[in-house]
Ligand binder design. Sequence first.
Ligand code: TRP
Length: 336
Amino acid sequence: MAKEIVLTGVTTTGTPHLGNYVGAIQPAIEASQQESAESFFFLADYHALIKCHDPARVHESAQQVAATWLACGLDTSRVTFYRQSDIPEITELSWILTCMTAKGLMNRAHAYKAAVQDNLDDGDADPDRGIMMGLFSYPILMAADILMFNAQKVPVGKDQTQHLEMARDIAGKFNHVYGNTFNMPEAVVNESGMILKGLDGRKMSKSYDNTIPLFDTEKKFRKAINKIVTNSLEPGEPKDPDTCTVFELYSAFANEAEIAEMRQRYLDGIAWGEAKKITFEHLNEHLAPKREVYNELMSDPAMIDAELAKGAEKARQQAGAFLDKIRSKVGIKKFS
Ligand code: TRP
């Protein structure tokens, strides 16, 4: 049976945190181990330029994200793992698709509309003030990422499902004009996927500045867990596990028996200091070996480059051959 093509990308603008690990990295790595899937994972570094104009940050983040995926056990002999910018075919395809994309379709993109709304709310005379074409055209680049490898399943967050609809629209238009070329990709939104709360109790997210980095030093990791906001109940007073960020964090890394035991300790009035200490120790035990690999990779980036070069070679072989066909379909080819 033909394998199902699964593809997903990570925009490289931040430092991976616990929320990314539990919600995306771990489930994606697990899924990639299934025999039925052929997986493509990539660093969406050209997407990073949409949000971040700090070259040092763009560069550092890409290295951190790559090192994180490798340290967490991504098997690059099974998964094609590459950097978007190493595959120039993707940006070429992006232009071809741009010529198949209605401007009106892009006008309806959530991210663009939100930026326009911000301008209107500020009473700006120009609703497009400060909005770059990168933000406006971003769904086309994402469509190119996906269609370049004819992906069928695309695991993404809920906020990305509109982009998958747009990728299908664009693919459909191309197929209609030039003949059947692209699969219709589908979003896979992991509804049961865990969404962790951050230090302040809101969803853990870089935009709220409430994250716990996945691979900080052990000392900083302990400190971060101690900073999680709890209520003022004293030791001995029963506590509600179901509204507690610390309990949620512990649970994300624990088995059923461990969770049940911790739940009981909350009801018995565990002290916050104690709950945090147990949580730190439990998570640290799980993460320490991975942290060690991460640190090795960060201090020897040539190892990361070598992995990405392998992935790029595999990816370009496929992308190059497919792009030749696509170019030919639109009439861009040799004369003889
Ligand atoms: N836009 C995605 C995000 O912000 C990242 C991404 C870029 C992506 N290209 C992709 C995800 C292609 C899936 C497929 O999460």
